[in-house]
Write a protein that binds this ligand. Sequence first.
Ligand code: GDP
Length: 299
Amino acid sequence: MSINWFPGHMAVFVKEAKKAMAEHDVVVEVLDARCPMASANPLVETLRTHRQRPCLKVLNKMDLADPAVTQAWLTFFNAQKDVTAIALSCKKLGEAAKVVTAAKKLAPHRSDNFKPLRMMVMGVPNVGKSTLINALLKKRAAKVGDEPAVTKVLHRYDLTSEASLTDTPGLMWPKIEHESDGLMLAASHIIGTKAYHESEVAVFLAEILLERYPQALAARYNCPLPGEAKGIDGVSVVEAVAAKRGYRLKGGAFDFEKAAITLLTDYRGGALGRVSLETPASFKAKWGTQAGLHIPTVA
Ligand code: GDP
């Protein structure tokens, strides 16, 4: 998959973030609860461990993710050193406040007017950083968009006299080791629309849904359950979407592209129910003993 990672922007970001890390107490890393490891920029881990900063992992969009899988991820992350993980939907009233409460516990020495708690919000595009910041500030300060990378520069906001937060641009990293991670990011709209073929992403998504959430596919698109018919795969799921919606090209063939977009839109908007694309077990199976070794170093 060919993806434009804006390497120039990334070099500037790494330099700025490295400097800023020294002046912050806690990294608030916003992740997509549906694919928390695929949506974790390895640079965040590198930068924060370089400065030995604790990390609050926020599994955002939990309203869209499978609750049992989210619970498994919380257990997975909370077992890590200097890490606390919480799950929330920052779009829901009052949920964002959990971030400040949890961050304070990670830096108990920073909680008054003289030593305010300084949080640095990091994460890839479209995971909800701006929505979280706006909710904490209770106003529209950071631009919220559904297209990746709308936040361009580092911005610091005072929440109270005892806590501040800094917004960082949502940037990607140069090389995604596993193609399935790129496909999860594309399915979840973290990678921009020009970076991939919708049909390929939809077939990948359909295969996960078929394996883990076949009932959701059956309920929405009359898709046969595995075992009910032979040869059901990601392609036949997308065709089932086309059949259900009556998407046909001139000549009668299925409009595969249009059905692919429908499947992706339904997943992104939660129309298929609460779905998670990866689990701690699938993550460990993919990386094996390599898990953790993909973290780049910062000079
Ligand atoms: P950023 O690029 O990380 O700053 O992400 P944004 O804050 O711009 O959010 C990207 C998209 O995700 C927007 O359409 C938000 O409305 C949506 N979003 C953010 N948080 C949540 C959440 O908790 N649940 C759901 N369902 N959508 C969310």
